[in-house]
Design a protein around this ligand. Structure first.
Ligand SMILES: [Zn+2]
Length: 185
């Protein structure tokens, strides 16, 4: 099992440092940190293409608070493709600006405790080598890599297994500026 950790220096650095600190606490982990310079949205898809299908992978993105429990749960699980739940904070995909979980089933965001999904965010996922037997979809950027890859895998290999409890997603600054207008802070 190889853990890939893409990160982007200089962007929300304090959030990435929390992620790094959580990664550094893990034991028995074979990890590769992948530098993805700001503004180069192809850097991470290009990097993952180099590892695609070569061995079992865990991906932990730059702002996810991984835990030993979550890591061990992924490694020990018999399912071939799994995701640990975390919340996302994208205003354009949520109602009432409340966070939603990082996976969808029947084109709806999953509810807490949901065990299977059709597509997942790649914040913290496990991919056994066999599910990467299909080619990685083309024309990927970091922002659409997870939706395109996870749907492709779901079509070929069935639903994603979702792991709980959720892990922290350090993404506090994601609200666009227009949402703050008129708010008292
Ligand atoms: Zn699983």
């Amino acid at each position: 099992m190889l853990l890939l950790h893409p990160y982007t220096p200089g962007v929300r650095e304090h959030e990435q440092q929390k992620c790094r600190a959580a990664l550094d606490l893990l034991h028995s982990v074979n990890r590769v940190d992948i530098l993805c310079p700001y503004g180069e949205s192809l850097a991470w898809p290009t990097a993952i293409t180099g590892y695609w299908g070569t061995q079992d992978l865990i991906i932990c993105e730059h702002d996810i608070g991984i835990t030993q429990e979550a890591y061990d749960g992924l490694c020990d699980c018999e399912y071939s493709h799994c995701a640990v739940a975390y919340k996302i904070h994208q205003p354009y995909v949520q109602t009432n600006h409340a966070p939603v979980y990082c996976a969808m089933v029947d084109y709806k965001f999953i509810q807490e405790g949901c065990e299977h999904a059709d597509s997942v965010g790649f914040g913290l996922v496990k991919l056994r080598a066999n599910v990467m037997g299909i080619p990685i979809p083309e024309r990927l950027s970091w922002s659409n890599l997870d939706s395109k890859c996870s749907y492709a895998i779901r079509i070929q290999f069935g639903p994603w297994h979702i792991h709980w409890p959720e892990v922290p997603h350090y993404h506090e600054g994601h609200k666009p500026k227009w949402l703050f207008e008129g708010e008292h802070r």
